[in-house]
Design a binder for this molecule. Structure first.
Ligand code: GAL
Length: 677
């Protein structure tokens, strides 16, 4: 089995991180047997093997890796070979203490856990890239080598470094970005608080300061760190591309993870892969679904691979309950339902020593075949073999949510009207309504081509960079429906106010002006009287967090505030603009209101779920290149679910059963329906 650079496998990927260097070699053979039994077709190896592969600056030990690669090839299991740079060996820290990262107080981190490197460290880059070259040269023609896994979860523990090497690189980065100090001073607004710079050397990293550092500086530092980590990735990628030009290269991302601008990163990855560890709470599956959608969207809807999840329980939350029987299977199919072409785990065999010995795995330390978890692993791996037809199909999504990492960084900088306005909370509120209604969602950047979407939601789009407002305006003008919310269109790409009255760049399309905003205290409520929706949506709802004091300039009020000095003024509006409509929500309504509002817009646009389903049942549709449609039905509820099917008969790819009229699904049950004939 081989895969090409565009990562099209004839089968779903199934496997996990494999760390056989933690075990005597006789265990490896047993691992092969158990893997084959479980349908494993790929394993990620070498992720944390740097110290074992390189005992000293000039000595390497590849013998064990040679035997491992051969063993995998003999058993027809592909290697997702890591570059091993995620955890530098102790000798590097000893020889080059400056390669260790520094925190915002100027204190250096120690070696002894993992990810203890500064991404800009010359020593880290030099030794890391040397190892990458050796690995690539050695294994470039090995039959087991299928894909490169650079580093691991960049920024997972250390997303910021404040060392002197970073400071030097930051100045160079700023020089490239702004050219002159005059430009930088203007962009950062440094006439404020006597922050003006006269020499590049005066510019430091935003370490601990008496009070708020300059917002433009903080924002650029966030960009610079994302770019620095990406540059470390690209340094390794460059070598791999040179030596193994046909092989896919990626690193594992982390979903809605703030430190990295993952739209930018994905441009440099041949396939998006990510690691999903949903909270063991009721909200877990919704947020996991949202992140699957986000990860799928990074490369415009191309299938992604779930590189890590856990079979049973993690070891790093306060309490680590087990996934209940059937939940691992259900959540694995949620991945596939939302565009995953692979389901993998951390890790294959549970460690017996080290900090992750209580973290669940595909088999336990003793390799016991007679466990619930291993039985579920075997069942899933063999079942996934039935999904070859689904591989490389695309998820249907008529709605887009605008998502922008730069906006996230800027929105959550300090010194704001309210610290409680958090980007993911705002996005999640709107995503949840679409999830509950089983409407497919893509995530897009604010300058994306929106013409294929019937509805675009842009919650809390605080920062609007040049051209973005025009893009939204053009979309509405051409017949699109846009919804945005309070504290949108406020600042430019340097966190400077867009002058001309809030929200200046959106005033025309929204047909309103926000004169003032009044953030609410924790627990404080106002209420809105809704009169502009259908009868079922009208009425009184509570609201919290924020109130905009809105002056209409062509928009029409759908709801108005009930209390306070601005009682009677508009809270929610709609503006007919060009061929389309722009909605504005100037407060945070209770969940029932958001659901009614979005629901009424969906009704008006004639957007509905692929089937009608009881609450707790998740539905998505993937469409194959040949036009075949696969309807995924996932029962997250604790009750048996009954769904009415449309005319015709449907085949369930998993059970092989044929259904007409209706479908019964047990709790945690999954069906993948394709219409017959
Ligand atoms: C991930 C990491 C893995 C493992 C796992 C445990 O963040 O990539 O190496 O530590 O978490 O949940």
């Amino acid at each position: 089995m081989s895969i090409s650079k565009n990562v099209k496998l004839p089968h779903m990927f199934y496997g996990g991180d494999y760390n056989p260097e933690q075990w005597p070699e006789e265990v490896w053979l047993e691992d092969m047997r158990l893997m084959k039994q479980a349908g494993v077709n790929i394993v990620s190896i070498g992720i944390f093997s740097w110290a074992v592969l390189q005992p000293g600056p000039d000595t390497y030990d590849f013998a064990w890796m040679d035997r491992l690669m051969d063993l995998l090839a003999e058993h027809g299991i592909m290697a997702d070979l890591a570059t091993a740079t995620a955890s530098p060996p102790a000798w590097l820290a000893r020889l080059h203490p400056e390669s260790l990262p520094v925190d915002e107080n100027g204190a250096r981190y120690s070696q002894g856990s993992r990810q203890h490197y500064c991404p800009n460290s010359k020593a880290f880059r030099l030794y890391g890239q040397r190892l990458v070259r050796k690995l690539a040269e050695r294994y470039k023609d090995h039959p087991a080598l299928a894909m490169w896994h650079i580093n691991n979860e960049y920024a997972c523990h250390i997303s910021q470094c404040y060392c002197d090497e970073c400071a030097r690189e930051f100045r160079l980065w700023l020089q490239r970005r702004y050219g002159t100090l005059d430009e930088l001073n203007a962009r950062w607004g440094t006439n404020f608080w006597s922050q003006k710079y006269y020499d590049w050397e005066e510019i430091v990293l935003p370490r601990k300061t008496p009070t708020y550092p300059n917002p433009g500086q903080q924002l650029d530092y966030a960009r610079f760190m994302s770019d620095s980590l990406l540059d470390a990735y690209l340094g390794e990628q460059h070598i791999l591309k040179e030596i193994t030009p046909g092989l896919p290269i990626m690193t594992n991302l982390m979903g809605a993870f703030k430190p990295l601008d993952q739209f930018e990163w994905a441009k440099h990855m041949d396939v998006v892969t990510w690691d999903s560890y949903p909270e063991p709470t009721a909200g877990g599956p919704v947020f996991a679904a949202m992140q699957h959608d986000l990860m799928r969207s990074l490369k415009g809807g191309e299938p992604f691979i779930l590189m890590e999840q856990v079979t049973s329980q993690v070891n790093w939350r306060q309490q680590n309950p087990l996934k209940r029987p059937g939940v691992m299977r259900l959540w694995s199919y949620q991945t596939v339902a939302r565009g995953g072409d692979g389901v993998m785990f951390f890790q294959w065999r549970q460690s017996w020593a080290g900090a992750e010995k209580f973290h669940g795995a595909m088999v336990n330390q003793t390799g016991d075949e007679n466990t619930r978890v291993y039985r579920e692993v075997v069942e899933l791996g063999n079942e996934l073999k039935k999904l070859d037809a689904v591989v490389d199909s695309r998820v249907e999504a008529p709605v887009a949510i605008v998502f922008d990492w730069h906006n996230w960084w800027a929105l959550e900088l300090d010194s704001k009207p309210s610290r409680d306005v958090l980007y993911l909370d705002q996005i999640k509120q709107y995503y949840s309504v679409l999830f509950e209604r089983n409407i497919g969602v893509d995530f897009v950047q604010p300058d994306a081509d929106l013409s294929g979407y019937k509805l675009v939601l842009a919650p809390a789009l605080y920062m609007m960079k040049p051209g973005e407002a025009d893009n939204l305006e053009k979309y509405v003008q051409g017949g699109g429906t846009l919804l945005t919310t309070f504290f949108s269109g406020i600042v430019d790409e340097n966190d400077r106010i867009h002058t001309g009255g809030y929200p200046a760049p959106l005033r025309k399309v929204l047909g309103l002006c926000v004169e003032e905003f009044d953030p609410m205290l924790p627990g404080q409520r106002n209420a809105i009287e809704v009169s502009g929706l259908s009868a079922a949506g009208n009425g009184e709802y509570s609201c919290s967090l924020w109130a905009d004091i809105i002056r209409l300039e062509g928009a029409q009020a759908l709801a108005s505030f009930k209390q306070d000095f601005f009682a009677g003024s508009p809270a929610v509006t709609v503006h007919a603009f060009g061929q389309g409509k722009a909605y504005y929500v100037g407060t945070q309504g209770e969940a029932a209101f958001t659901s009614k509002l979005v629901g009424s817009i969906l009704d008006e646009l004639d957007l509905s779920a692929p089937l009608s389903a009881p609450s707790g049942v998740e539905l998505t549709v993937r469409t194959g290149r040949d036009g075949s449609r696969y309807i995924f039905v996932l029962n997250h509820s604790a009750a048996q679910a009954e769904l009415q099917l449309p005319e015709g008969s449907f085949n369930d790819l998993l059970s092989g059963s044929r259904f007409t009229g209706s479908l019964q699904l047990a709790p945690n049950g999954v069906a993948i329906l394709s219409a017959e004939g």
